[in-house]
Write a new protein. Structure first.
Ligand SMILES: Nc1ncnc2c1ncn2[C@@H]1O[C@H](COP(=O)(O)OP(=O)(O)OP(=O)(O)O)[C@@H](O)[C@H]1O
Length: 586
């Protein structure tokens, strides 16, 4: 076994700790905290009510009793500044809360489920965005309420589409990540996938958006108050600016205090958003790789199958709508897998192997048109299963080993937590039991220091290790069928052989059926009992492995074998595999 070098497991700091290392963030937080504390403590810091007017104090200079002087109608400027801070901070917060309460859930659901909900939500959002925001607020303030807080609630609704679009885009990006597919395959339901994999990714851009909405809301609120809208008794920085503007030649200093307070608040919250973005490393958009999702049609009646039959697929077709006519990528595929049998699905790139495997897992994209005469797993009609039943089956009944190990582990979570979660759900184990089983499995798949790997994040282990972790995860809930999609392609040659050995021994020890998708006849010779050869979406030949190597019938199979052998012998003597073959009824 290859020795694996572990870098020392660095401790990942939380967002707050990372942000606090940045002096700019500390400065912004101090400014915002001072503003909040000062406005909350207004009654303690000044003895004047903000709308208490004394004619004698009109444009009074700074003094002991009026530290910032008096305004144009004899009100204490300090008092109005402090109480005005309340109006601005409360208004900004209200707008943020409403925008996220409306746009957040809509964006999450639209991005995650798409379909009709996405279409309807998108339409509503477009309508809201077409409405001129300032006119709506002017109408509301004129006809409904003079309260600036009401205007901020309306502003929140008007800004909700921005939040909706951002969250929807983030969710769409993350749900196309392979580790979300892997979580789905391990049988986790939508709620858990949303909580564990989607929300952590959405939080970062949401925080940045929140600071922007906050800053914009404070600016708009000040604009409304500057125009003279809002209750006369409601002190605000905008109203102070309006008052200062009318006295700009007599007392220009009156502009300074509300202007500085507003500028500082907007600057601090915007800069804080930037710091959060940098701390979370979200400056670059995530790369979208591919997406798989289930779409099922009504089932055909299920016929009796032999007792040792684990999987029957008959007449499977997968097509994708294209402008010039549908593109059929799987065309009438029929195959069977017996208990404890390894079926190799071979063929050149693009022949439809993965699409066939993903059909069984129910992980094809929404746009895929999937039909089959029959798809039965262990007596259960897969075509008739709803999403919840399919989730219960994946992981527990059918395990999946993917092609790209690193992309199938969520970089945000420790390996241990990614192994423990499906076991707790499917096997009903306690956290301690699941942990013990995970450590046992990590040792079983040949990981030299299970405790350490359990505590590591995916980036701290090698590709070969990650594939072993995924194999441990795939068998953790004791599935009866394992689907492995080119499980060694992304690994170097020595590790490939070890991983194959591991898969073979696990398969034999647990008597699992297996579909092994590969284009490598060396792998077929190593592991497979039977082989189905695919070309252009069809199975052109199915035969026991020995027969395929000794006497391939189809010209395409001969061509594939010749091309494999051209560069020299593959692993072992491919034409005469020495392992005993199983008798299989197909
Ligand atoms: N979402 C999609 N829309 C349209 N065509 C698709 C989609 N996904 C896959 N295909 C097409 O389906 C065909 C079969 O793809 P599949 O991934 O099953 O091939 P494969 O035999 O597994 O090849 P490889 O070994 O390269 O993965 C390919 O031509 C591919 O372009």
């Amino acid at each position: 076994m290859t020795a694996v070098e572990f870098p020392p497991a660095p401790k990942r700091d939380g967002l707050v700790r990372r942000a606090l290392r940045d002096p700019l963030a500390v400065g912004c937080l101090v400014v915002l905290a001072l503003l909040i504390v000062a406005s909350l403590a207004a009654p303690l810091l000044t003895g004047y009510e903000p709308d208490h007017s004394v004619m004698a104090d009109t444009l009074a200079p700074m003094s002991g009793s009026h530290p910032l002087g008096g305004d144009g109608v004899g009100r204490d400027v300090l008092s109005r500044l402090l109480y005005g801070g309340r109006t601005s901070l409360v208004g900004g917060t209200l707008a943020v809360l409403v925008a996220f309460a409306v746009g957040g859930p809509l964006g999450l659901i639209s991005g995650f489920y798409r379909g009709w909900f996405d279409a309807v939500a998108g339409w509503i959002v477009n309508v809201i965005m077409a409405v001129p925001a300032i006119i709506v607020m002017l109408v509301v303030m004129a006809a409904v309420s003079q309260d600036l807080n009401v205007a901020m609630v309306v502003l929140g609704v008007i800004m909700a589409p921005m939040v909706f679009r951002l969250i929807r885009a983030s969710v769409i990006a993350v749900r196309e990540e392979l580790y979300v597919d892997a979580a789905r395959v391990s049988g986790l339901g939508d709620g858990r996938i949303m909580r564990r994999h989607v929300l952590p990714v959405v939080i970062a851009p949401s925080l940045i958006q929140a600071t922007q909405v906050f800053a914009v809301a404070i600016g708009i609120q000040a604009g409304l108050a500057f125009l003279g809208l809002g209750k006369a008794s409601q002190a605000s920085w905008g109203a102070m600016l309006g008052d200062a503007f009318t006295n700009i030649y007599n007392a220009p200093a009156l502009l300074v205090w509300p202007g500085a307070a507003m500028g500082l608040t907007i600057l601090a919250s915007s800069l804080l958003g930037n710091v959060v973005r940098d701390a979370l490393g979200t400056a670059e958009p995530r790369v979208v790789r591919r997406r798989k999702r289930v779409e099922r049609r009504a089932a055909a009646p299920v016929a009796e199958a032999p007792a040792d039959r684990l999987l029957t697929v008959a007449g499977l077709r997968v097509g994708y709508p294209k402008p010039g006519g549908d593109k059929t990528v799987v065309d009438g595929v029929s195959l069977t897998v017996a208990r404890g049998e390894v079926l190799g699905l071979v063929g050149e790139s693009g022949s439809g192997k993965s699409q066939t495997a993903f059909s069984v897992l129910g992980l094809l994209p929404n746009e895929a048109e999937v039909t089959a005469d029959r798809m039965v797993f262990d007596g259960k009609d897969l075509l008739g299963l709803d999403l919840a039943a399919l989730n219960a089956l994946r992981g527990r009944g059918i395990g999946y080993i993917p092609q790209e190990p690193m992309s199938n582990l969520d970089p945000c979570f420790r390996i241990g937590s990614q192994l423990v979660e499906p076991m707790r759900k499917h096997l009903g184990l306690s956290r301690a039991e699941a942990r013990a089983k995970a450590l046992e499995l990590l040792a079983r798949v040949g990981i030299p220091d299970p405790e350490r790997v359990f505590r590591s994040y995916p980036h701290q282990i090698s590709g070969g290790m990650a594939q072993r972790v995924l194999i441990a995860g795939a068998v953790s809930c004791d599935p009866r069928l394992l689907i492995a999609d080119e499980p060694t392609t992304a690994l170097d040659v020595t590790v490939q052989a070890e991983v194959l050995d591991l898969m073979r021994s696990l398969q034999q020890e647990r008597e699992m059926g297996m579909i092994l998708v590969t284009h490598d006849f060396g792998v077929v010779a190593d592991i497979c009992d039977r082989v189905a050869v695919m070309q252009k979406g069809r199975i052109v030949e199915t035969a026991p492995a020995r027969q395929i190597f000794a006497a391939p019938e189809h010209g395409y199979t001969r061509m594939l074998l010749d091309s494999t052998l051209e560069g020299g012998p593959a692993r072992g003597d491919l034409r005469v595999p020495d392992k005993p073959l199983k008798e299989v009824t197909s």
